[in-house]
Design a protein. Structure first.
Length: 266
């Protein structure tokens, strides 16, 4: 992310300076995360009722630990992608059909979620589209930016991934080792796959999206459910989600394997 350079480049920081900066940022981002995305993990009240570790409730401590002292994406939760009037929305071109080449059986489709289980077998749970549509509906008109150099304003509707995780706490380990640091999403045929860090996944504009420009998603745009995360390039907006898994390690990512930046922020 262009805006995440943590320290002034004019001075080589010593350890103490890094430590101070990390502490300051942790405190600030802790509040920001609580005020915005964190709604997603059961809300502020849930969060502050957790046992603390160094005064930081364990899920957030886990996030900080998992990402190192100057976690970058973490702070991007402070930023929102620009939003546009709905009237400016246009139909995007269809771009990319990896993982979409077989016909979709919409009636048989389920979202499969593998809960975070760093020390044991993952708990798999299945959801219908109706389960996702039962979550609070969020409409958002944002720019879809492709690394190929085009962008288009699109109006999306769906559920926040953070709201999904508030309702179904699959990103946290029941054995209390905390919040998964990474999320992996892949198509039902596993041909297309993207990785996200948990901060990006919990961002308030990260949606499990089922409508585009006022209509249900068409198959080529990712029916029945796609990811939209407008602080990142289109490569991360996985169409036709089959599985979401919460992981301890940075997941595989189709375009990162081709040499693109793993975060793909812009
Ligand atoms: N399953 C799948 N999802 C995908 C792709 C793909 O090839 N397969 N391409 C990505 C890219 S590069 C872009 S720019 C967007 C384009 O979304 P659109 O086709 O709805 O415009 O989808 C993303 N999601
Ligand atoms: Mo793209």
């Amino acid at each position: 992310m262009a805006d995440s350079t943590p320290l002034p480049s004019s001075e080589a920081p010593n350890d103490a300076a890094v430590e101070r900066e990390a502490t300051r940022r942790s405190r600030r981002s802790f509040l920001l995360l609580a005020a915005t995305g964190l709604a997603g993990l059961g809300g502020w009240r849930w969060l502050v009722s957790r046992p603390t570790d160094d005064g930081v409730p364990w899920p957030l401590r886990r996030v900080l630990d998992a990402n190192g002292q100057l976690a970058q994406e973490y702070f991007s939760n402070a930023h929102l992608a620009p939003v546009f009037p709905k009237a400016q929305a246009r139909a995007p071109r269809v771009n990319g059909d990896i993982g979409l080449r077989s016909a979709l059986d919409a009636a048989a489709w389920r979202l499969r979620v593998l809960g975070y289980a760093p020390a044991g077998p993952a708990r798999a749970q299945e959801f219908t589209l109706a389960d996702i549509q039962a979550l609070p509906r969020v409409e958002m008109t944002t720019e879809l930016k492709c690394i190929e150099g085009w962008s288009v304003v699109v109006s999306w509707a769906g559920a926040r991934l953070s709201d999904f995780l508030q309702r179904y706490p699959l990103a946290t380990d029941p054995r209390r080792s905390g919040l998964a640091p990474y999320v992996s999403l892949f198509t039902p045929d596993e041909q297309y796959y993207v990785g996200l860090d948990i901060e990006s996944a919990l961002h308030p504009q990260t949606l499990l999206c089922y409508e585009m420009n006022g209509q249900p998603l068409t198959p080529e745009h990712g029916a029945p459910l796609r990811l939209v995360t407008p602080l990142k390039y289109g490569i991360k907006h996985l169409k036709r989600i089959g599985t979401i898994a919460f992981l301890h390690q940075r997941p595989a990512d189709y375009w990162a394997e081709q040499g693109y930046d793993w975060h793909a922020g812009h």
